[in-house]
Write a protein that binds this ligand. Sequence first.
Ligand SMILES: Cc1cc2nc3c(=O)[nH]c(=O)nc-3n(C[C@H](O)[C@H](O)[C@H](O)COP(=O)(O)O)c2cc1C
Length: 498
Amino acid sequence: MAFKDMREFLASLDKAGQLKNVDVPLDCGEGTNELQALMRYLAEINGPGLMLKNLKGYNTPDVPVIFNPFGTRERTGMTIGTADPVEAKIKHARILNDRSTWHKPTMVERSKAPCKDVVIGKDDISVDKQLPHLWIGKEGASYITGGVVVTKDPETGVRNVGWYRLTQLWNCKHPQGGSYTEKEQKKQLSIFAFWNPPMNHIGLHLAKAQRMGKPLEIAVACQCDPAVHMAAATGVPYGLDEYEYAGGLRGSPVELVKCETVDLEVPATAEYVIEGVFQPDVPQQIIGWHSNSVGYYDKHQVFPLFDVSCITHRKNPLWYATIEMMPPFDHNYLALIPIEGEMLSDLQRKIPEVKDCVVTPNMTYIVQLNVDGAHKPHPEFGKYVLHALWGAAGRWPRTAKIAVVVGPDVNPYDLSAVEWAIQTRVQPYSDIIINRSGQAFVLDPSAPKGPQGFPMVGEQMGIDATIKIPERFSEYADVSQADPADVAKIAAKLKGVL
Ligand SMILES: Cc1cc2nc3c(=O)[nH]c(=O)nc-3n(C[C@H](O)[C@H](O)[C@H](O)COP(=O)(O)O)c2cc1C
């Protein structure tokens, strides 16, 4: 079943008892920390999605804020129609691999697009009043975190839709004691448009436009049908359209509408749409502090700025806020299930013995095989899989700092089981590969910084935790563990007693 918009998804969370309204006053002004504390608390209690309705220090009190809607693997799976996270990942990978299941988007009339309920033209833009601003942790800027971002390759016109964070400069604290101009604060926004090579796709578009001396148009569609968000968070190969993949995930085409001031298309049921243009000289600004997904503050980041040319929104719009901080945090799984799906679809195409791929919130990569011991196709097969993992498609697996390969009897979601496999099936010198010239994860503070000021090359560790038949043994001790079916029987027998 497909959600029409974010509202329908929230209604399904509500029905499942996974959404709560919060009228308790919470402070989200610059320099306060209540929302970061709330994010942490929700992670500790495996808490529900929230609708924050009484924020203090907030410039748009009539716009409720969705918080922690994706905070569990189950709720993240629900974005594409299943609360079973394994099923969600398999569906994600299967559809990514099979383009015959994708659906081309359809266009709807402007009058049928709720995102056009209110239209604010270029001359009236003042983002300080028209876009919600809230601060989390010690971040200097207020972020836009619910936007799927649309741009077109300036040469080929091929569209990209990616989920990237943007920052607003109104009332933003400058990390080096400087200040932001009135224009920057009220008429411009900036965006996280760079990453490790091979870069995010908006970064490729922007770099190309700059080389060609051309402006680059941008549209940011905030709070859409969550399947569109899942597709936008997926590394769909460059040149293919995430809207078509989203159509595959939702089982029917995404309905798009033309933008007002740029030649781009956005989901008709988005809550907000922000349109704009990067000028050919692409002005940049320093932002900071910036809280990152590995759980540290970057003292500053340099982001490109674009001019906002139009804002449209629905009647009674909703906003979404999240933060990256020490994992886990709300959108962790929305970032991770796509990486797992990308890896699974790529590895299974090449290696049929790959059963599952799991990436933990701290980004340890685990590959589960459907064979082990004597059934492995050849000696040192686990190491072959580790090299394939580092060579898998997309931006992320090449940066896997810790990777583990396990057999079919080890649940890759259970870190205690993975640790058990490492303890009982690994001899460190023989079964661990240390790669001293891997690609560093750009945010890893332990990797040496390159000339650009961030790490490019880092060390990696691949652990082959398969059973070492035939490498060292011809037989292996039997595992002493209860059969899950017997555990279920005992649980049934003792129901109401324990
Ligand atoms: C909430 C959220 C925020 C994200 N923010 C960024 C970001 O600021 N920059 C970035 O490069 N990737 C970010 N990602 C990951 C990208 O969405 C993901 O890598 C996606 O594949 C990018 O699309 P692209 O491959 O078309 O560039 C974010 C993911 C989520 C779920």
